[in-house]
Write a protein that binds this ligand. Structure first.
Ligand code: ATP
Length: 602
């Protein structure tokens, strides 16, 4: 399906360049002043060049009509001085590019966007496709800046130079000056007619590129899974469909922009011919000197090309605007507000008080009036069918989002009153999917506590049963994960993640049942690591298999965002309710698995 142009796509069609200019300066951050000076410098260089060209008129008059060498030399010197000044000013203005300011501004903007990703509510971040974020941080930031000076220079040379030269001719010969100036009122309506076509096309292409980026990233990331499921053909077909859509869009865009561009170029060329023809007539009827006409003819041949093609360059402005829109959209996301005054949690008791929460893009609450107390150093398990709200409870505790009603408290303090860094320090999470960075094994564990010594990291790894497999890696602790990433088993990755949590030693531990996807041998090793991790901690386990939570201090059975049963394993079995039914089904499945395993080993 073709992406529908969003509101902002049409909104910016009538926005003058002035606004683009201001947004660019804002995006340049600390380098904004430099960029402004460079752009003013470029327009001043173009104007100075216009004045230099205008010197041709008195110069030709002095040489051809008056045969006055002294005046001619004076004008020649003036023209050369102005031309040299234009070169010097342009050279200096472009310093923003060649002195590294441009790369710095681009780098700073990327850092700002990176920081924004860190601060923005995770719920909002997870709503965006990673490929799109990647396209904004790389493509859009570069589009935003890389072409700014080049395209501005082209546009100033196309417009400012002829405008200033024509105004100067006006003083010398008002009739020819007016004729030259008449070209501009013709160009501006043409440009205004052209611009929305370019802007719409550019925006649709930009949307398509973002979507394609996200599709490609997801295709590559999901390739192992789709190959395993023998679905790679289907996924490739989906990607090909996106490529086909892009081709269609590009064809439409090229067709839409090519004809009007040719029309504008022709009108400008014809207009300039009319100026020369009118000049010839003025000479014939004795209203203008031949020398002035000769100078104007030289000027016209100099203006013709840039003037005729300037509309083509303006497409880059549309690209810059589309990039700025995306960047602004990302920067506009506010972090979750902190309730003041700040409070320090007293202990590690967790309380959910009548929490109701609904995701932005959902039409029903994921949690409704959820209340629970998790005493310090207790283990609470959340069980329930898929979509019942288990992960949502963990996300609210980690403050990925705030509930619409009720509160989540740690040690008596509402999580909204706790600084995010403090909250991060209070909690460790072990997810099913372990994310490892392309760094050494040692540093992958150390990221949980950057100031930890090698000995502390190794001790955490030992408690998490990691030493045995780490020491077998090609370079032991110094092996880069990128070199072996795919070769680590699910259980080994889990244990590295548990080692991180052990090293962090946070008083609260959230486990998104890490043993659910492991074989029985890995499961035992991971379970030993978990036992070491949860000792003396307030633990919340998102359980997919009931066998692993039988020892929990309290089990909360969830359904459609509500607690339907709660108690210890034995109590819940005795109650003969939903938990009992789930337990019976899972016990049956376990018996079948064991029977299958026994048959397989016979
Ligand atoms: P599972 O066992 O499958 O992980 P769960 O019990 O953890 O499920 P949650 O992930 O908490 O369930 O989801 C609770 C409800 O909220 C579900 O209906 C789910 O579709 C919805 N939901 C979860 N994440 C989002 C999101 N980012 N946007 C919209 N709805 C969401």
């Amino acid at each position: 399906m073709m992406a529908a142009p969003d509101k902002s796509a049409t909104q910016h069609l009538d926005v003058p360049w002035r606004k683009t200019f201001r947004r660019l300066l804002a995006a340049a951050g600390a380098s904004g002043g430099q960029l402004r000076r460079s752009l003013f410098g470029l327009s001043a260089a173009a104007a100075t060049q216009g004045l230099a060209l205008a010197c041709l008129v008195p110069l030709f008059s002095a040489v051809i009509a008056d045969r006055d060498p002294k005046t001619a030399i004076a004008w020649l010197v003036a023209m050369s001085a102005l031309s040299l000044a234009a070169i010097a000013i342009r050279w200096r203005a472009q310093g923003f590019d060649y002195s590294g300011q441009m790369s710095k501004a681009t780098h700073d903007l990327r850092l700002r966007l990176g920081e924004q990703l860190r601060r923005m509510p995770l719920e909002k971040l997870q709503d965006r496709r990673s490929g799109e974020i990647n396209a904004t941080l790389l493509g859009n930031v570069d589009e935003n800046f890389s072409y700014t000076l080049i395209v501005s220079d082209l546009i100033f040379t196309a417009l400012v130079t002829p405008l200033v030269a024509s105004l100067a001719v006006l003083f010398y010969d008002w009739k020819l000056g007016l004729l030259l100036l008449a070209i501009f009122p013709a160009i501006i309506p043409l440009y205004r007619w052209r611009r929305p076509v370019h802007a719409r096309g550019r925006r649709a292409l930009d949307d398509m590129h973002q979507r394609m980026n996200a599709d490609i990233v997801e295709y590559v990331q999901g390739l192992p899974a789709v190959r395993a499921a023998r679905r790679s053909g289907e996924r490739a077909a989906t990607l090909k469909h996106t490529f086909d859509e892009l081709e269609t869009l590009q064809t439409v865009e090229h067709r839409a922009s090519a004809n009007p561009n040719v029309i504008i170029a022709s009108i400008v060329e014809i207009g300039l011919l009319v100026v020369v023809a009118a000049g010839v007539m003025l000479v014939i009827i004795g209203q203008t000197e031949i020398a002035v006409l000769a100078a104007v003819a030289v000027m016209v041949s100099r203006f013709a090309e840039p003037l005729a093609t300037f509309v083509t360059y303006t497409v880059v402005i549309e690209m810059i605007e589309a990039a700025l829109d995306r960047i602004d959209l990302l920067l506009a996301e506010k972090p979750l507000p902190r309730k003041l005054p700040e409070r320090q949690p007293d202990g590690a008791e967790i309380r959910f008080e009548e929490v109701t929460f609904q995701y932005m893009k959902s039409n029903r609450p994921a949690l409704e009036n959820f209340s629970a107390i998790l005493p310090p150093r207790s283990l609470t398990a959340l069980v329930g069918p898929s979509g019942s709200g288990k992960s949502t409870i963990a996300r609210l505790l980690l403050r990925h989002a705030d509930p619409q009603h009720g509160s989540v408290r740690i040690g008596g303090a509402d999580v909204r009153e706790i600084r995010q860094e403090k909250l991060n320090a209070l909690t460790s999470v072990v997810f099913q999917d372990v994310y490892l960075f392309d760094d050494t094994v040692l540093n992958n564990i150390r990221m949980a506590r950057p100031d930890a010594s090698d000995a502390e990291v190794e001790s955490a790894a030992r408690s998490a049963c990691c030493t045995e497999f780490i020491e077998k890696l090609p370079e032991g602790w110094r092996t880069r994960i990128g070199d072996v990433g795919g070769k680590l088993s699910g259980g080994e990755r889990q244990r590295l993640s548990i080692a991180r949590a052990l090293l962090k030693d946070a008083p609260i531990v959230i486990l998104d049942e890490p043993t659910a996807v492991l074989d029985s041998q890995s499961e035992r090793a991971v379970q030993t690591a978990i036992d070491a991790l949860v000792r003396d901690k307030t633990v919340l386990v998102i359980a997919h298999r009931l066998s692993t939570v039988a020892g929990a201090d309290r089990i909360l059975v969830l359904d459609e965002g509500r607690v339907i049963e709660s108690g210890r394993h034995a109590e819940l079995l005795a109650a003969n309710g939903r938990y009992r039914a789930m337990w019976d089904i899972q016990s049956q499945t376990r018996r079948w698995r064991r029977a299958e395993d026994a048959l397989a080993t016979k």
